[in-house]
Design a protein. Sequence first.
Length: 103
Amino acid sequence: MSDSLPPLTGARKSRLRALGQTMPDLITLGRDGLTPALAAELDRLLGARELVKLRFTGGQDRHERSRLCDEIAATSRSLEVGAVGHTALFWRPPAGKSRLLPE
């Protein structure tokens, strides 16, 4: 996690997780792990949407998924706001005002 990202309160994380429940999986991470192409697509989606739901489809165990979530957050300069089972949510605040989080 980058030092330049703002900390999220529990209420804000809950709001983002609630929004993520109704979202479709926008990106899938398979056996190849975090490839440069996947990182570029995730960066593009975070820039356009702020919140991205990722699905793990490579048969990773929970420890590997946790490690990958940390790596993804660091690489994409985003925050992991939730991970349950084979899905994880990543949020990156926009340069301006967030559309998803009230002030």
